[in-house]
Design a protein around this ligand. Structure first.
Ligand SMILES: C[S@@+](CC[C@H](N)C(=O)[O-])C[C@H]1O[C@@H](n2cnc3c(N)ncnc32)[C@H](O)[C@@H]1O
Length: 317
């Protein structure tokens, strides 16, 4: 069978199973099954597949048609121009999460501007925390953009942390990201003592807890409501980890603890940037109505959904 016919048959099978978009999925699975490049698929559609390539490809098409996400079949997903390993233990990085990176970088640039510092940001002296790191995509994207920053990436799931650590190793950022198993900030409070990282000495809080204080805290928290579980796409509900998806019965419950704890782990003037679920804003925005927070801003995604909320920890309170 030639490449063109394989693609056509695969697309038809996926379309019949209501997989959307069928073309991209068939293409990615054919690339994965044959090890060919995208250019070669389209420049040599007459190339013959070997029997084992065809067998491998159509078995992937069958599993995709049965609801397995393409990324679990290929084992990868691109985010912020980098290729991430994904497994069923981590959330598949979503394109809308790139807005969170953009907002975080914009806020840091603004802070530099106000402090009349250079706009070329290396991240020198910055201490960053990524809460609920999953595949590590946010921490690693920030490490790429801020080559001198120190980053802590935590997750409650040890299985997710192993994937994140592998991604950091493979992409060459392992020396600047410390991965920690922690329920929110719990273990970060021990970081100073346990890791005795010399650079943390400059960031240690004078408060009762031992946690360093951060310049930037970012998180894409679990934000789907358990009561919505039956309405979300089957391939998400059945294949992605529940701990990464559900933020409580309503979905927004997780934000309250995250925001309260972030306030006590940020430096004065430090920045908090959170991803929002499609309907989280009305419940989350009021959590910032406190003298602790200032410069609260919301950014929409490309579908005009409020997707990111950012705020600064007030200098005074
Ligand atoms: C929505 S996923 C985000 C993953 C990744 N940051 C991304 O943007 O693709 C939420 C992550 O939070 C983690 N998580 C859930 N509850 C947590 C908690 N109490 N403390 C720390 N991490 C938690 C989950 O294991 C999951 O990896």
């Amino acid at each position: 069978m030639d490449v063109r016919t394989a693609l056509k048959l695969g697309m038809a099978q996926l379309r019949a199973a209501h997989v959307s978009p069928p073309t991209l999925a068939a293409e990615l699975l054919l690339l994965h099954a044959t090890g060919r490049s995208r250019t070669s698929l389209y420049s040599h559609p007459e190339d013959q597949l070997s029997e084992s390539e065809a067998q491998n490809y159509f078995s992937l098409i069958e599993r995709r048609a049965a609801g397995v996400p393409t990324q679990h079949l290929t084992g990868k997903q691109e985010f912020w121009g980098l290729e991430f390993e994904v497994t069923p233990e981590v959330l598949i990085p979503r394109p809308e999460t790139e807005h969170l990176i953009e907002v975080a970088l914009d806020r840091l640039a603004l802070r530099n501007l106000r402090a009349e510092k250079s706009q070329i940001m290396s991240g020198e002296g910055l201490l960053i925390a990524d809460i609920g790191t999953g595949s590590g995509c946010i921490a690693i994207a920030l490490a790429k953009e801020l080559p001198a920053a120190n980053i802590y990436a935590v997750d409650i799931s040890p299985a997710a942390l192993m994937v994140a650590q592998r991604n950091a190793n493979r992409l060459g950022f392992a020396n600047r990201i410390t991965f920690l198993e922690s329920n929110l900030f719990e273990r970060l409070s021990l970081v100073g003592a346990e890791h005795a990282a010399p650079q943390l000495g400059n960031h240690r809080s004078s408060a009762a807890h031992e946690s360093p204080l951060f310049d930037l805290i970012v998180s894409n928290p679990p934000y789907i409501g358990r009561r919505e579980a039956t309405t979300i796409a089957r391939e998400v509900r059945d294949h992605e980890p529940a701990i990464a998806l559900f933020g409580g019965e309503e979905g927004y419950e997780f934000y309250a603890d995250l925001i309260t704890q972030s306030a006590s782990h940020l430096k004065p003037g430090g920045i908090l940037v959170l991803e929002l679920g499609h309907d989280s804003l009305p419940a989350v925005q009021p959590l910032f109505d406190s003298p602790v927070w200032t410069n609260v801003g919301v950014t929409n995604d490309l579908a005009a959904i409020p997707r990111v909320i950012a705020a600064e920890r007030s200098e005074k309170s």
